[in-house]
Design a protein around this ligand. Structure first.
Ligand code: ADP
Ligand code: MG
Length: 314
């Protein structure tokens, strides 16, 4: 007889629920989390669907890690301290090999982000993973999209375009050298939520921030719109990984295609943020432009590169 829903939950998920803010974890009708006096609760939810957000043949361990990282990235973007998460899992069948591997990916993210799994729901259906994240913010501060000021410097963390290049590799559009391909696939399957950076930016008085899920142009565009400013991006300054650069130098990919991945690719889960010009650059971050009076984005599109703005489901 296949194991019951409760046996599965107990076996794979109930050990991941301990954390500093957790009063009650998996097993009752609700979890109970503790906020420090004066703190506010930050909440966000993200669903990933097989065949839409990740390829159908992804390793279950990567699916688990990535689902949590993608959701936790929203906590990073507002500068919240992780408190805990819940996981709604829809599975076509109770495949224990799959569940074991998936839960190991979830466990890696739980420990990396100090984000205990405090509850969830388990149902049968086409594979989909929903992660709700909960975090704590001080009473008087959050990194939002609407605070960018003319004169601010615009930054991104890490490198851009890697995940889009990985998807193009998976689709057979190009063939990177083996080591570069490995690296890029890792960047797609194991994005890093920039939790520590988000908290640092909150301390430093960053004026606006967003995580790059839909592509730099789409997401920086959200900051420009919400803040009522123009954001000017210099494409030559975009940080590219050595693996992506090999596309241009060794794999016959045009510079234009690489720029398209970096500007519009999405799935990198880096942070784009604005800092007053007096602030030094945080570690592992690159200044890519500045905020000006006006509206919209200016990325030198007179260069004639044709770019679709970010991914839209409908
Ligand atoms: P209820 O019927 O009250 O919603 P469930 O039977 O759905 O309760 O779940 C029982 C317990 O197991 C709850 O504490 C719930 O939060 C937890 N749970 C269910 N599915 C998961 C999951 N995929 N991951 C973590 N906890 C889960
Ligand atoms: Mg339930």
């Amino acid at each position: 007889m296949p194991p019951s829903e409760f046996t599965l939950i107990y076996r794979y998920f109930s050990a991941l629920g301990r954390g500093a803010a957790v009063d009650l974890s998996v097993g009752d009708d609700c979890a109970i989390l503790r906020l420090a006096p004066g703190e506010r609760l930050a909440a966000s939810v993200d669903t990933v669907v097989e065949g839409v957000h990740f390829p159908a043949d992804s390793f279950p361990e990567d699916i688990g890690y990535r689902a949590v990282a993608v959701a936790a990235s929203d906590l990073a973007a507002v500068g919240a301290r992780p408190l805990g998460m819940t996981l709604a899992l829809t599975l076509p069948e109770a495949d224990e090999f799959w569940l074991h591997s998936f839960s190991q990916g979830v466990a890696a993210a739980v420990s990396e982000y100090e984000l205990p799994l405090v509850g969830g729901d388990t149902t049968r259906g086409p594979l989909a993973v929903t992660v709700q994240v909960l975090g704590a913010l001080p009473a008087d501060r959050a990194l939002l999209r609407d605070g960018a000021q003319s004169g601010d410097a615009v930054y991104v963390s890490g490198t851009l375009g890697d995940a889009a290049a990985a998807l193009a590799f998976l689709n057979g559009t190009w063939q990177p050298p083996a080591a570069a391909g490995e690296y890029l696939l890792q960047r797609f399957h194991r994005p890093r939520a920039r939790i520590a950076l988000g908290r640092e930016l909150l301390e430093r008085g960053a004026t606006a921030a967003i995580d790059i899920s839909d592509g730099l142009l789409a997401d920086a565009g959200h900051i420009a719109r919400a803040s009522g400013v123009k954001i000017c991006i210099e494409p030559d300054r975009l940080p590219l990984s050595p693996a992506l650069r090999t596309g241009v130098t060794q794999a016959g990919v045009s510079r234009e295609q690489v720029l398209r991945w970096a500007l519009a690719g999405g799935d990198d889960y880096e942070l784009c943020f604005c800092l007053p010009p007096t602030q030094p650059a945080p570690a592992d971050c690159t200044c890519i432009g500045r905020v000006e009076d006006g509206s919209g984005l200016d990325w030198g599109n007179d260069a004639g590169i044709d770019i679709d703005a970010g991914y839209q489901h409908f």
